[in-house]
Design a protein around this ligand. Sequence first.
Ligand code: HEC
Ligand code: HEC
Ligand SMILES: [Cu+2]
Length: 482
Amino acid sequence: MHRVSKLSFPLRPALVLLLPLAIALLAACTPDNNQSTFGTAGPIAEDQADLFKFIFWIAAVVFVLVEGAIIYIAIRYRRRSDNDKLPHQTHGNNRLEITWTVIPILILAAIAIPTLTDIWAQQSGVPEDQGEVLNIEAIGHQWWFEFRYPNHEVVTSNELHIPVGRPVAFKLESQDVIHSFWVPKIAGKVDMVPLNDNYMWMIGDEVGEYYGQCAEFCGIAHAHMRFRVIVHEEADFQAWIEGMHTAADAPVAGSPEASGKNLYAANCSSCHTNDSTTPGSYAREISSQQARWNGWISDIENSGIVSAPNLTHFGTRSTIGAGLKDLTKESLEGWITDPSSVKIGTRMQKHAAVYDTADGKANLTPAEVSDIATYLLSLKPGTAPAGTVVETGGADGADIFATNCTSCHSTGDNDVVGPGLAGIGDRAGSQVAGMSADDYIEESLRDPSAFVVDGFPAVMPEWSHLGDDSIDALVDYLKTLN
Ligand code: HEC
Ligand code: HEC
Ligand SMILES: [Cu+2]
């Protein structure tokens, strides 16, 4: 007779293989992991973890009882010999039917109470009674995060700074596709949907650095769309805000930083702003970012610009490529030379003119890459008091232009956000009847809304704060562009 009791499957080797695998998978559940939702550091994540555990234990009890009963019955009432007869067949038992209808209702009700309480608490707006609320706008881009602090007029990217113990209210936006904002240890995830703002809030309970991640598949670099949340003591947070309003020191003439600064102005500043420290720079960055986006959307294949991370005080960052790598001189040089070797699919490499080469790598020598990296790493709050306008280079028009204008204007014929300025001296004289070239250019700087060039957005900031000498120097410099 054929016997089935002997397993033909090699049980022992299978266990030897499966056991370590199971242990490895379970190890992912340790609370210490950077993205584990078990080791929480904020009330929202904590409530969600508690809810998870509550439901898990109910499910575990149900599982053990039901599976136990099945196994017990299967063994206890199995067919023992060919002589066993089919037992008496029944159908329907009211008492049993009612029991196994009522028990699940009770279980679901027990789960619904804390679930609804949590949803209610988390969705009914940021708590106003737990300290001064910090407002942040978080914007998803393929494949990085922009953070704006409207009340502090600070813009940064990929590294979010918040004070410990204070409620933070987020307005979540997206510029391109649907992303999702998730800081596993501090708060649950909420989608970032284009043209439909979402809201969430969180409180960071413990000072430290936490991982964030886009949690909605958004394209090729989705898994590499990360960010960091740095939770500070209140005083350190205030110092950070203050630092973000303190200009970096100007590079010493002839230094690698000075060379890097010029290379940056020529190759990078059409997409990146790196000096959002002065009064008015917040509004300027928002309009530049919008203009970069408009430029990209109007010519997705060939645009030379696209919205990009704000690099103000990049030297204080700890990561690069949206939280992908630690920031070091080497990783930064690798990024500048060939961004997709670090992160596949970046828009930076696709659109920046400097990568328009045969092998797609930067059209820069290693020394030039090194200078740009040195310059970017030197961007930290400088020694001038917060809020002062650092007039780098005194009244040297070329330098003032490199610092303030190259994010929107090229000195050639190419339009970036604003028109290419080659030949502006010649054409300025004929723009407005009776107005000299000098006056036209000067008026364009002092009151850009006076004449808006056809076909361009009215986003040009006004420049009176640079001072009369600088404006004169700029006008003289602009007239030399041909
Ligand atoms: C066409 C627009 C464009 C130009 C020009 C450009 N970048 Fe970028 N850059 C981007 C975009 C977009 C990202 C975000 C990439 C990502 O994370 O997917 C980026 C990211 C970066 C980052 C990482 C920022 C972060 O927060 O992790 C650095 C550093 C950087 N660029 C430096 C440069 C330098 C240096 C140049 C000039 C050699 C340059 N960029 C030119 C668009 C541009
Ligand atoms: C945020 C982007 C932006 C920045 C930064 C910017 N501009 Fe402009 N600029 C524009 C735009 C857009 C126009 C065209 C619309 C208009 O005339 O307002 C323009 C127009 C001009 C014009 C008139 C051009 C013409 O053909 O008539 C001049 C001159 C000019 N800018 C000079 C400067 C100088 C100098 C700086 C730096 C001190 C500067 N811009 C900074 C966006 C910018
Ligand atoms: Cu995303």
